[in-house]
Design a protein around this ligand. Structure first.
Ligand SMILES: Cc1cc2nc3c(=O)[nH]c(=O)nc-3n(C[C@H](O)[C@H](O)[C@H](O)COP(=O)(O)OP(=O)(O)OC[C@H]3O[C@@H](n4cnc5c(N)ncnc54)[C@H](O)[C@@H]3O)c2cc1C
Length: 507
């Protein structure tokens, strides 16, 4: 089994900018054969689709479709049947109704930055990309909400409310490019989600188009909504249950100030134990980010942020609030860290230093990609196990003769080990994949989860049985069948490939 997660690096396009899409060679992971009946009718289908949306809203030519053949898991590519660029919920509804009636598969797409192949098209599927649906429909500072079309970028929401002194909290490193649609699809997180929660904690209401074209509203513009918590079901459902077109999100008052500190340690395990101690003391900084030595050295070379290059592990901890609150929190955290004999403890002294510290962290994937190919893993563990799991990860990689760089959101236990390897060395690539599989299994056996924030997509689809029993999976697939009786939405993702047949037989 191959489950390459994020293939990037020296053999591919080099970039130290985390908003850039990485590139890599084609990798084998089973994908279903396209439906030849649909493929033969492609031109007629494209003509039909053109009648459903405004002029220019359907891409049918080969060159145009090729632009959508992959996402950030670039090892996999499939040119879609056609691409629709709707500009309203009504258009999305017409498109879905047509596809439902004609048994045409559909892949919802935001900006295509998914690292797990979540937005990978299929040759017999229509891609519905919401990238033209970017309007801000309303800002309500009294109730601290913004209602937007979901094609808006993540950063675009904060930009839209900045003048009123507000911001949208979840901040994936890809926030310049990725859309709220994709964030909802993947329940995305980011460095500053420790305090404010991930996407699911910041979305209050959704407009969802069901596969048969019906439009429903879920949640609302307030804290709690009557009825079943369908929003909990839709956020993170990876385009499997319907297409979201609008959302009401929580916006927060921008803090008076924020300041990061750097704490270096002589071992990753000690840094891990320090994180557990800080959280265990009931302190929730805005961010606790972790880097080990390989990552520190590469990121420092890129960002010149003053990272301690001789430390074995580094924590970037940011706190926010008034000047007094910041000083108080930094003091308490410094006191806790002191118990773990840090080799360095340095507080940012200026806005420039703070910016450099975050530049280094947010560019980390790209900076590592300049020196080596790597697989970026994404799993979650209970925080108390952080120290032990970090030791086990390095043992796994040592066993396979590979180096690993760890850069991750330590405060919420979301690991991103980057397994370094040479993509031109097939045997080494195999070993890296095996190491990756063992690391994800380690996350599960440690009481954690296969995914942190990148979703299942295609790449962890076949590992779902490591996490879930057949009974658990069957229950999840029954829910999929309720929303999408013909299993037309985002095919071959999330559930093991044999799941569709089993679920349809059971229906
Ligand atoms: C350099 C880099 C850094 C990254 N850093 C982070 C990070 O810090 N945190 C993090 O969580 N992720 C990160 N990611 C992953 C990625 O950016 C997120 O998963 C993001 O939310 C995807 O958004 P998108 O608009 O690109 O969605 P896409 O990739 O287009 O789609 C993502 C998923 O959402 C579904 N979807 C899209 N639109 C809709 C819709 N309208 N309705 C229903 N489902 C839909 C798709 O079918 C797919 O399953 C990073 C990626 C890169 C390349």
């Amino acid at each position: 089994m191959r489950f390459v997660i994020y293939h990037v690096g020296a053999s591919g396009r080099e970039s130290a900018d985390d908003t850039q899409t990485p590139w890599g060679p084609t990798m084998p992971l089973a994908l279903p054969e396209p439906d030849q009946v649909v493929m033969r009718q492609r031109e007629a289908i494209v003509e039909d689709l053109r009648r459903l949306v405004a002029p220019g809203g359907i891409i049918g030519d080969e060159e145009g479709r090729r632009a959508y053949e992959t996402d950030a898991l670039t090892a996999y590519r499939r040119v879609p049947l056609a691409v629709a660029l709707p500009t309203s919920t009504e258009e999305v509804s017409r498109l879905l109704r047509y596809c439902h009636a004609n048994d045409i598969k559909v892949v919802a797409r935001g900006a295509g930055t998914s690292l797990s192949g979540g937005a990978l098209p299929a040759e017999d599927a229509l891609v519905i990309a919401v990238s033209r649906m970017t309007r801000v429909l309303g800002i309500d500072t009294m109730n601290r909400t913004a209602t937007v079309e979901v094609g808006i970028t993540n950063l675009g929401i904060s930009e839209a409310v900045k003048a009123q002194g507000f911001f949208y909290a979840p901040d994936p490193s890809s926030q310049l490019a990725c859309t709220l649609a994709g964030n909802i699809g993947m329940n995305s997180g980011g460095a500053h989600c420790l305090k404010y929660g991930v996407t699911t904690n910041n979305v209050l209401g959704l407009k969802l188009v069901l596969m048969d074209g019906e439009v429903i509203d879920i949640g609302g513009r307030h804290l709690d909504a009557a009825g079943y918590d369908l929003m909990g079901l839709i956020v993170g459902s990876e385009g499997q249950l319907g297409i979201v077109t609008e959302a009401t999100v929580r916006i927060l008052r921008a803090p008076e100030g924020a300041r990061p500190m750097l704490i270096g340690f002589n071992s990753s395990e000690t840094a891990g134990r320090c994180v557990s101690a800080i959280i265990g003391a009931g302190i929730i900084p805005v961010a606790i980010e972790f880097m080990d030595k390989p990552a520190i050295q590469v990121c420092e070379a890129f960002a010149k942020a003053g990272y301690p290059t001789d430390a074995e592990a580094l924590l970037i901890i940011e706190v926010e609030g008034s000047t007094e609150e910041i000083a108080d929190l930094l003091n308490v955290i410094g006191g806790i860290a002191g118990r773990f004999a840090p080799s360095v403890l340095r507080i940012s002294q200026s806005a420039e230093q703070s910016a450099a510290i975050w530049k280094g962290r947010k560019s980390a994937f790209g900076a590592i990609g300049r020196i080596s190919d790597y697989y970026c893993m994404d799993g979650t563990i209970p925080l108390g196990k952080l120290g032990a799991v970090l030791v086990a990860i390095s043992q796994i990689c040592d066993k396979h003769g590979l180096k690993v760089a760890n850069i991750f959101h330590a405060g919420d236990g979301n690991l991103h080990p980057l397994i370094l390897y040479d993509a031109n060395d097939e045997a080494e690539a195999e070993r890296a994949e095996k190491a990756g599989e063992e690391i994800l299994e380690l996350c599960v056996t440690s009481g954690g989860c296969l995914t942190g924030e990148h979703g299942v997509g295609i790449e962890k689809r076949d590992l779902m049985r490591v996490q879930f029993t057949e009974t658990d999976l069957a229950a999840q697939m029954r829910i999929k069948t309720v929303f999408d009786p013909k299993w037309l939405l985002n095919p071959a993702k999330v559930f093991p490939l044999d799941g569709r047949e089993t679920a349809l037989e059971a229906a």
